[in-house]
Design a protein around this ligand. Sequence first.
Ligand SMILES: [Fe+2]
Ligand SMILES: [Fe+2]
Length: 368
Amino acid sequence: MPAFFILLAVSPAISALGLLLSPPLSYAAGTAGLVCGFGGLFLLYQDLLKPFKTICSSLRKPGTLNLPPVTDCGALCHMAELMAAHDEAHTREVASARRDLDKMRQDAAECHEKYTIAMSGQVMTKDSLHEAARKLRLLAADQAEQERKLAGICPELAETAFFGGLTTQWMDKVAAELEYCENYLAQMNAFLGDTPASSMQTETAREEEFFQWTPSYSTGVPVIDGQHKLLLSYVNKLHNGLRQGSDSVLLLEILDALAGYAFTHFTTEEIFFTYTDYPLCHKHIEEHQSFKNKIMLFREALLQGKADVDLTLLEFLKTWLIEHIQGMDVSFAPYVAQHHSIALKTDDSAAGGAERKDRTVPHLPDHE
Ligand SMILES: [Fe+2]
Ligand SMILES: [Fe+2]
């Protein structure tokens, strides 16, 4: 039986006994009754109320349950053990839920990034289709004109299958197909939402980006600009992975995707070189190659544990891309525009409809 219970039970009995006795024994019995009463209350506090108070205050802060020593627990010992076990299980559940939430956030960011890239690619494809259809229409019109002239000069030849309108009709048909594809893509864009450059990303999200696209990076050639935007988004993806503490395997995957896309983009530019009179193509290709070598060396060092994906790497990628885009790519763009008879457009002009007229093919020294 608990000591506090005995003392509290005995205290009124001793006091009542004091009433039956004559002084000074009655005083002694009264004092003893009081001592027993206060002693009982003190033990009750020690046994029940103090550990109960400690447990209550600990439970107010989840995960910080500090149990009093077993000897202090008294009657609450068993209850406290149960609560401690429950608290530990709860802490484990919260930690597991946090991990799941982080993973879901990472997956959502990944999906958003893929969606952004897919949308950019779709817009780029739409622009290319539009351009191809426009050129085919021009070619068809030119062909029709040539046929009319030929009919005036040599009517027999003009009546043959090749010159008799088949080529023109075929080009018109292909142009119509391209326009159909372009419209279809435009409808898909409208259904899926705006392009990443407009409303898909909120202002806040864009402000948080490590590498933001600005009109000063625009070469004016839609295909090249689209690919540059995708490259930027890969750098941002790598930065997000680093910021969220992603493991090295995931960071290496992102770096590989970035490098792979950069190499594809370089190939696109180098194919353009072969169709233009761009005099600095060798120097430009050398710059691309130097970047490729640096990335491959860095990747080797990463696999050997001699390097890490960190802010230094991100700063290198950002600086290299800005300098290369604003230097070599911007100076090469007028040759593409001249060869493909397209007007250079910046992001601003695309939105406002004004064409960039201040960029023409510059006079560049011959390369060795
Ligand atoms: Fe380039
Ligand atoms: Fe480029």
